[in-house]
Design a protein around this ligand. Structure first.
Ligand SMILES: C[S@@+](CC[C@H](N)C(=O)[O-])C[C@H]1O[C@@H](n2cnc3c(N)ncnc32)[C@H](O)[C@@H]1O
Length: 411
């Protein structure tokens, strides 16, 4: 694949662009197999999706001016583009529906006079001080975050330094909704700190609709602005389908989904007679998961979701619950199910939760990881749980990242 931004040294994200795609996948498989280094694992063929246009979410830094905003990234501090705004609205990782939304969003920046935040140059007076106050930096709009659903709807979030532009944004919202009728949810996130943090804690939803329905092959998840969702919708669908197939083979009567996010694993693995508990640190994500569960509990007669009818689903989700909390603390406090699913951030589950799983009564663990290095470290801490089956899912083509799902069985 060719990319003008990569070739010119403006963007360095897609480190494998020059490698033919089948070779990328072979190298990722070799990487994870070498890390897990267990000849007894039955490896299924890797799952791949589209090689480009697969990202369902854009995290655009806004730079430039009110009249000419630039949506993309800031050039890395070491190179020739240091601190410069780089327009990435034509990035090949974004599907056409996201690319088409960017110029309209840039138009809103101009109409609502959302001054792009200037992260590089504090005002003159402040420059003399060693650590300028936050108010010394100019501008308000830090990022625009856009999520595209499988049905072409959009969730748009404006990350602002303060609520100062809020009234102007509200005033021009009708213009945005008529220019981009596919926008379902618009919100403002307030991130006051001058720090390399994407978003802050406070979220103000401006639209009547508060969730973006993300229809997968089986189930429609309801995403809220602050809840995590997997980057690649097609591969996420395959990930949940694979998890469900392995869980159904084990057929546990009780299951925990730790780090459950909006409930993708928990809800795909629900079944009549199976008690499912999802635990997640983000209360917003828990609210999203609960919305989807409640919707599945009340499907209209004649509905078919993932090959099951309304009565089956009412039974299946009757014993599904989600709660906000820390995964490790929950595990320490709450007995032990037959099967535990874990899908942690890149840092992995760590020594405490690995140790707890090693000593628990769970007969099976399903570990979904986006970082095989921490996965291998965690597995080494659980010698009684033997990896039996595994599958790489290429969630992030053109980069060295990937997702891997491993089924562990107590020996
Ligand atoms: C890789 S995401 C997986 C989400 C979900 N399983 C899915 O399929 O979309 C990791 C999730 O772990 C959550 N998380 C981070 N730290 C946590 C903790 N200490 N306890 C519970 N959840 C945590 C994050 O908020 C995020 O939703």
């Amino acid at each position: 694949m060719q990319c003008p931004h990569f070739d010119a040294g403006r963007c360095h994200s897609c480190t494998l662009l020059a490698t033919p795609y089948p070779t990328q996948v072979d190298e990722k498989v070799a990487h994870v197999r070498a890390l897990l280094a267990d000849e007894r694992i039955d490896w299924l063929p890797a799952v791949t999706g589209p090689e480009q246009g697969f990202r369902n979410k854009a995290k655009m830094v806004v730079s430039g001016t009110v009249e000419e905003p630039v949506l993309g990234i800031l050039g890395s501090s070491a190179g020739p583009y240091a601190g410069q705004g780089i327009d990435l609205t034509d990035c090949g990782l974004y599907p056409p529906a996201l690319q088409a939304a960017f110029p309209v969003l840039a138009g809103l920046v101009t109409r609502a006079r959302l001054q792009p935040y200037d992260a590089t140059s504090p005002s003159r007076g402040a420059r003399r001080r060693e650590t300028p106050r936050e108010s010394a930096w100019r501008g308000e709009l830090k990022h625009v975050l856009v999520t595209l659903s499988a049905d072409g709807e959009l969730m748009v979030r404006f990350v602002l330094r303060s609520q100062e532009p809020l009234a102007r944004l509200r005033k021009h919202l009708p213009w945005l909704l008529s220019a981009l009728p596919q926008v379902a949810v618009v919100s403002v996130n307030v991130q006051p700190a001058h720090a390399a943090v994407l978003e802050g804690e406070q979220e103000i939803v401006l639209t009547d609709r508060r969730t973006l329905p993300m229809r997968l092959d089986g189930i429609t998840l309801h995403l809220r602005p602050q809840s995590f969702f997997q980057t690649n919708t097609a591969v996420a669908s395959a990930l949940y389908a694979q998890a469900r197939a392995w869980v159904d083979e084990v057929a546990p009567a009780s299951l925990w989904d730790l780090y459950c996010g909006v409930g993708g694993f928990a809800l795909h693995c629900a079944a009549p007679g199976r008690a499912v508990t999802g635990i997640e640190i983000s209360a917003e994500a828990v609210a999203s998961a609960t919305t989807t569960r409640d919707e599945l509990a009340r499907l209209p007669e004649g509905a078919d979701v993932g090959g099951h009818d309304a009565a089956w689903w009412a039974d299946a989700v009757a014993d599904v619950r989600f709660a906000a909390g820390d995964a490790t603390s929950f595990a320490r406090d709450g007995g032990s199910p037959e099967l535990v699913i874990v899908n942690p951030p890149r840092r992995g589950i760590g020594a405490d939760l690995s140790g707890w799983l090693e000593r628990s009564d769970a007969t099976h663990v399903l570990y979904s990881s986006c970082n095989a290095v921490t996965l291998a470290e965690d597995l080494a801490r659980m010698p009684s749980l033997r990896p039996t089956r595994a599958r790489l899912l290429d969630m992030f083509p053109q980069t060295s990242h990937y997702e891997v799902l491993v089924l562990l069985e107590r020996s």
